[in-house]
Design a protein around this ligand. Structure first.
Ligand code: PXP
Length: 245
């Protein structure tokens, strides 16, 4: 493949709608346009506080999506009950704190092995692919493998937030080392959080990374150029150097 697949995160389409508890914009309709524009996956985070995506969005997206559906969720009993009844293609388990603006760090799989292992097992028994959102650290990858996850999503937040060029390069190298390590362990490897049009290329160029989940930057750009253009521009930025014309 010439680039990783794009998982378009529709959370902030729902954020705008929920700001007025209105009908528009509808993440379900926008997801369809994003898929036509080339996004291979729709990603959404059904948070416990339902601050953006609602159960209705998830239920409808299960019916209407054409590509893959990746549900980000906390490993809570309520969420597990919901997805075992209405499974997506893939679940990405994420940490969740009510006060946070967005997911602030990866799961501490090492510290919560026992509880997470049970959740992973339940999901896998239902044939759901399980990914764990983790910081790019070897011990988190090894613990992810140990508890039965098939994939990891590497947290790119530190790389994206770093403004000092040398330190950013270090973060980039840390992500690449983790991606290589994941592959050596036999784990599929995604990445995401904070990726935008300016910083995505070095991460997309890592051949070990087969999926990027990107939301905020695409939604922000769509306000200027429309969702179709915003998706296509991102897909262009994700092309690997060897594949550029
Ligand atoms: N991946 C995960 C696990 C996330 O929690 C989020 C944010 O919801 C994203 C990717 C997308 O991040 P952003 O909106 O910054 O592109």
């Amino acid at each position: 493949m010439s680039r990783p697949r794009l998982g378009f995160n529709v959370d902030h389409i729902a954020t705008v709608r929920q700001a007025r508890l209105a009908l528009w914009p509808d993440p379900v309709g926008i997801a369809a346009i994003a898929e036509v524009a080339g996004a291979e996956q729709i990603t959404l985070h059904l948070r416990e506080d339902r601050r953006h995506v609602q159960e209705r969005d998830y239920a409808l997206l299960r019916e209407t999506k054409k590509g893959l559906l990746n549900l980000e969720m906390a490993a809570t009993p309520a969420m597990l009950e919901l997805v075992l009844k209405q499974p997506p293609d893939m679940v990405t388990l994420v940490p969740e704190r009510r006060q946070e603006l967005t997911t602030e760090g990866g799961l501490d799989v090492v510290a919560h092995q026992e509880a997470l292992a049970k959740a992973v097992q339940m999901l896998r028994e239902r044939d759901i692919v399980v990914s764990l959102f983790v910081d790019p650290r070897p011990e988190q990858l090894e613990a992810s493998l140990k508890i039965g996850a098939q994939r990891v999503e590497l947290h790119t937040g530190c790389y994206c937030n770093e403004t000092h060029s040398q330190r950013r390069l270090k973060e980039q190298q840390r992500i690449h080392e983790a991606a290589r390590h994941a592959l050596q362990l036999g784990l599929g490897c995604a990445a995401g959080h904070g990726l935008d049009y300016a910083n995505v290329a070095p991460i997309a160029a890592m051949v070990e990374v087969d999926e990027l989940n990107i939301g905020h930057s695409i939604v922000a750009r769509a306000l200027y150029v429309g969702i179709e253009r915003a998706i296509k521009d991102m897909l262009q930025c994700m092309l690997r150097p060897s594949d550029k014309p």
